[in-house]
Design a protein around this ligand. Sequence first.
Ligand code: B4P
Length: 185
Amino acid sequence: MKNIVIFGAPGAGKGTQSDFIVEHFGLTHVSTGDLLRKEIADKTDLGRRIKDIMDAGRLVSDDIVTEMIDKAIAADTKGMLFDGYPRTVAQAESLDQLLAKHGRELTCMVQLDVPREELIRRLLERAKIQGRADDNEETIKNRLDEYNKKTLPVAEYYAAQGKQMLINGTGSIEEIAERIIKAIG
Ligand code: B4P
């Protein structure tokens, strides 16, 4: 059973490439960004608490996302693709513990490598099409700062475990999908 993390900066193509990976390997897709946005759209208590944090491009607390992931792993029988999680070293440690609790372990971490100017270009382009609350110039800068400070150390965590696979995340969506599937396979 494969359990894979897709990792990268905001706009690196994690959500985009996740569709190809889950289809090819028959995995369950868990995007913490999608789960959190649903809480906001459904106006739940949690959604009300996290809206301002997400709109500002900051990370929500580790406890909130860890609880969501625990539930998702408990409900899964196929193997999983974790998209947008873990985003801090504390979350990466929790993921290892949660997988072990369910008798599983992480297969690998796929890291999409994309230059900063291209990340900004993609997110501003998406802003025109989807109008997501956090896709504007100032919030994008906050998201990239959060990524550099809190999320990039997660790459070292997986490199130290020998589980990091670095993939060139530039080029056409199909080309990148082919690179990822070949590397995992
Ligand atoms: P996410 O939903 O994970 O959003 P994201 O980082 O912007 O990546 P996304 O997957 O949407 O974009 P993609 O790169 O596919 O997180 C949003 C917020 O949720 C965070 O800021 C945080 O507040 C909160 N959050 C989520 N998880 C959390 C956690 N674990 N802990 C704490 N907080 C958490 O694509 C971007 C754009 O690029 C798309 O428009 C796409 O079409 C385009 N694109 C993709 N590939 C391309 C290519 N090859 N060429 C050209 N364009 C491409």
